[in-house]
Design a protein around this ligand. Sequence first.
Ligand code: ZN
Length: 135
Amino acid sequence: MTYVSNISESISKLIRIKTDDVELAFKPQNKVSKFFTKLKDKKNILESKNVIYKIPCECGSCYIGQTTQTLKKRVSQHKTTVSTFDKLFSVPRSKAELLIEAISKSALVKHVSETNHRFDFDAVEVLDSANLKLL
Ligand SMILES: [Zn+2]
C-alpha cells in the first residue's frame, strides 16, 4: 500500500493524471477528513460521477480513489476485486499467481492482501467532485 505524507498533493496528482480510475492514497481517516468537506446529500452519492471518494477500512486507514463512472459502479468493482482476491486461496497456485498479478494494480486489494482487513464499502463517501476547473 502507499502511504503519502501530503494528501492534498496526492489528490492534485490524481486530478492531473485525468485517467478513469486512479489509485489512491492510504491515510489515517481522521487526518484525511480535515482536508475535505463532506457532501451533504448522502442519498445520491452512489449515483454521482466524476468524484473523488473515500472507503474506510476497519484499521482506520482509508482508500481514496477517483472515478469517472458512477460511484455505485466503482464500489461494485472494488467489491468484485476483493472477492476475487478472497477466492485466490481456493484455486491452484498457477492461476493464483496470475490473479495476484492482475490484482496487484489495485492498491485497495493490495491492502486487503497484506493486512486481511475488510473495507466498509457501505460507508463510502464522496470527498470532492473531480469535475474541476483544473481539467
Ligand atoms: Zn486496513
